[in-house]
Design a protein around this ligand. Structure first.
Ligand SMILES: *Cc1c(COP(=O)(O)O)cnc(C)c1O
Length: 382
């Protein structure tokens, strides 16, 4: 039984996205598809807040991260990687797998990186090709300050590459204005589409770097992907995930109809409500409020209790699906996703289910989670 999908991806889909994704196949080199893809990419550029091309690769988000490394780096390049959780580590691991010398800026899990630590790393490695940062660290629910990091990286020749898989469309990220060179996202998080597409924006500096970088690439080639992406009619070099493109076209249209500023405000409001709700139950979010991601909330389990027992009961008894912890946080945290097409009803149901299940597994018997959340939902702008 699953009534409420409260994962940090994949996220539930609006009806019109489901319907769009179910449409009949068409020729992926024909005019109808060419127009849909061009429209989808135009909308994506507005959500990325960039004038530069956004490239659609058929892959999960990790494919986009790999594409960034393969196109920007040469063997032996130094890369600075901010490691503030599972996904920061993954990005560093990808760079290492491709032969980069990775200088890891290690940040304790649950904290945001101090932008000054990035400045220091670039002082130690002045020739670094790129800085890799996770915007919303989905393992801990922490948001790194990409604007502040960008201001530092821009004073050096390094490229700034941001994993925005769980933030793009949930949390403000002004790619061009802030000077972010490459932004990577996935279709299945805040963009309200099924998994299967990764989108990668590429600045002029990053294009220039990709033309001289020497790592091998074929499927992931930025240049090959860009060749037939035109504004009115766009095609991909290989057969795209047509159904996912239909769906993402509908998801982005919905985001734009709502208005991107309102989308961000909605995420802030729901995130605050979730944090108030879990605190009312005597639980503690992992992230401090000032650097909490608005896409999800990771919450410490009460001492001595395993998250698995909680998650199983939430699912079986309440139809509420949340995520467990990763790496060193496995078993010790649960993660409450509240990004994309998340309704107040689903968030309140998630909090109500937590309130009901916690005492039954030996946790606190506090009440009032839904009321605490409702109070915020009622006051903050919808
Ligand atoms: C979901 C996610 C990814 C990508 O995961 P895939 O399973 O490859 O789509 C990467 N980074 C972050 C921060 C994520 O939340």
């Amino acid at each position: 039984m699953q009534r409420y999908l409260l994962l940090p991806g994949p996220t539930p889909l609006p009806d019109e996205v489901l319907a769009a994704g179910a449409r009949q196949m068409i020729n992926h080199r024909g005019p109808e598809f060419g127009r849909i893809l061009a429209e989808m990419l135009g909308a994506a550029r507005r959500v990325f807040m960039t004038r530069h091309p956004v490239l659609p690769f058929t892959a999960s988000g990790t494919g986009g991260l790999e594409a960034a490394i393969a196109n920007l780096c040469s063997p032996g390049d130094t890369v600075v990687a901010v490691c503030s959780g599972w996904f920061g580590d993954r990005f560093a691991d990808i760079a290492e797998a491709f032969g980069a010398q990775v200088l890891r800026v290690a940040v304790p899990w649950g904290e945001a990186v101090d932008p000054e630590a990035v400045r220091e790393a670039l002082r130690v490695a002045p020739g670094a090709r790129a800085v890799l940062v996770t915007h919303s660290e989905t393992s801990t629910g922490v948001r790194n300050d990409v604007a502040a990091i960008a201001a530092i990286v821009r004073q050096t020749p390094a490229l700034l590459v941001v994993d925005a898989v769980s933030s793009l469309g949930a949390i403000e990220l002004r790619a061009d204005e802030w000077g972010v060179d490459v932004v990577v996202t996935g279709s299945q998080k805040a963009l309200m589409a099924p998994p299967g597409l990764t989108l990668v924006s590429v600045s002029e500096r990053a294009w220039a770097a990709s033309e001289t970088a020497r790592l091998p690439r074929y499927y992931w080639s930025f240049a090959r992907m860009r060749k037939d992406l035109k504004d009115g009619e766009a095609f991909t070099p290989f057969t795209p995930a047509i159904g996912v493109i239909y769906a993402l076209h509908a998801g982005l249209r919905r985001l734009e109809a709502e208005g991107i500023a309102r989308v961000f405000a909605r995420h802030r409001r729901v995130a605050r409500a979730v944090r108030a709700g879990v605190r009312a139950l005597g639980l503690r979010p992992v992230a401090r409020d000032e650097d909490a991601s608005e896409a999800l909330t990771a919450v410490w389990m009460p001492d001595g209790l395993d998250a698995k027992a909680l998650l199983d009961r939430l699912r079986v008894e309440h139809g509420v699906v949340m995520a467990g912890g990763q790496g060193p946080m496995a078993g010790r945290v649960f993660r409450f996703g509240h990004l994309g097409y998340v309704s107040d009803e689903a968030v309140l149901a998630g909090l109500g289910a937590l309130e009901a299940v916690l005492p039954r597994i030996g946790g606190p018997a506090a009440r009032g989670a839904e009321d605490a959340a409702r109070e915020i939902l009622a006051t903050a702008p919808a």
